[in-house]
Design a protein. Structure first.
Length: 406
């Protein structure tokens, strides 16, 4: 077996919502190793949250609990853990008249309090509903929300949420990251007070901006740094931390293919003038890719592929940010339909990933898939199997050394 090999069949499948589960997102329930919450646009495009159990082996339970958090018609709802049992939910109204924020309560068993704790509060009066809204927890009581205005401006704003889930009516601070963009992609934490935001620029090119947000929610008047990571075309960019100070961005390129690049970002948000490396991981079709770090050096991307089927690919990234010359493996996890994919690593697992997506009839579905990371019972780059030391070479192939007593 080679690092990054994908199992030939899914581990498990569960339809979380059979009617409509638009644009699902999946995060762990805080304080639990096997409970997860999925947020999606439910019936009549009303944001809904549902909880399930996903074991370390990839077994998915039926729904534990569910709650329609609002009767608003909205797209791209998203969720973020804040403190205690409280979570922040953000969403943009379909008529683009408001970006809203509310809080809900979920215990470690996946049980959802049957009423919203606070909100929904309108935090922006003019917002695009066609691009992701990305909430990031700055501290236990400070939330940052990256979003797109209806004019295309990409912005970030901060809000206070108390330890009882109460939302302060007015925001703390805000900053326009780009006044002439098309729309948000995603954002992630870099180091300390610094965060990175990947988005599509006004010419459909790919841009990355870094911004400083302190523990009180204050934002300086200008961005820290910017980088045009693709000068031609970059739609639906997703950024995640990779290795050391390198970050991985995956996106749809000018030919509709799936492309990956790595970028170096310093601990103070400074970037070089060019990307470190690139890889075209799908030469046929890729829409709305989402990436996850499976193990040190192994990365997986889930996306809508040819005929809107659900696809998963893996590749390697070295310590210096270099991407392997080709994908390690690819797998069609849903041949019927696999749109709006969101992927994460299952807690306490050995290479099990969970993918939330819209399946046939736009139902909200979760599948689990096994990706090879290491032999034996230990996770990481080394494992002891019997009297042999197993390790992976730079070529991604597994080798072993027979040990003797010394």
């Amino acid at each position: 077996m080679v690092r990054g090999d994908i199992a030939a069949a899914v581990t498990d499948t569960q339809i979380v919502i059979a009617t409509y589960g638009g644009a699902p997102k999946l995060i762990p329930v805080n304080g639990s190793l096997d409970k997860y919450v999925m947020i999606h646009s439910g019936g009549s495009s009303r944001p809904t949250v549902s909880t399930v159990t996903i074991s370390a082996a990839g077994a998915i339970s039926t729904v534990i609990d569910t709650l329609e958090v609002t009767t608003d018609n909205a797209t791209n709802p998203n969720i973020c853990y804040m403190n205690g049992n409280y979570y922040a939910v953000v969403y943009a109204l379909n008529n683009q008249t408001a970006l809203k924020l509310l809080t809900i309560e979920i215990d470690t068993g996946g049980n959802i309090t049957n009423t919203v704790i606070d909100g929904p509060d309108t935090i922006v009066a003019d917002v695009s509903n066609g691009y992701p809204v990305v909430p990031i927890r700055i501290t236990s009581t400070i939330l940052a929300v990256f979003h797109t205005l209806s004019t295309g401006n990409v912005r970030v704003r901060t809000h206070n949420i108390s330890t009882l889930g109460q939302i302060t009516a007015t925001g703390i601070d805000s900053l326009e990251l780009d006044a002439n963009a098309i729309g948000m992609g995603s954002a992630c934490h870099v180091y300390g007070d610094y965060y990175a935001c990947a988005y599509t620029g006004q010419d459909s090119d790919g841009w990355l901006a870094t911004v400083q947000i302190d523990s009180l929610g204050a934002i300086p008047a200008t961005v820290t740094d910017t980088l045009e990571f693709d000068t031609t075309y970059a739609m639906n960019p997703c950024i995640i931390p990779a290795r050391n100070n390198y970050y991985l961005i995956v996106y749809r390129d000018t030919d509709g293919d799936g492309k990956a690049c790595t970028v170096s970002i310093s601990q103070t948000g400074v970037m070089p003038a060019a990307v470190t490396d690139t890889l075209e991981f799908d030469t046929a079709n890729c829409t709305r890719p989402w990436a996850v770090k499976v193990d040190s050096g192994v990365y997986a991307v889930a996306y809508d592929g040819t005929d809107n089927d659900g696809f998963l690919v893996t590749f390697l990234i070295e310590d210096n940010g270099e991407i392997g010359a080709a994908v390690v493996d690819s797998f069609e996890f849903d041949a019927g339909k696999g749109q709006n994919c969101y992927i994460l690593l299952v807690e306490d697992s050995s290479g099990e990933v969970a993918i939330a997506y819209n399946g046939v009839n736009d139902d909200g579905t979760i599948v689990t898939v096994t990706i090879t990371i290491v032999a034996g019972e230990l996770k990481g780059n080394l494992a002891v199997v019997g009297q042999r030391l197993h390790y992976y070479g730079s070529d991604g192939v597994e080798y072993s050394i027979q040990g003797v007593a010394v």
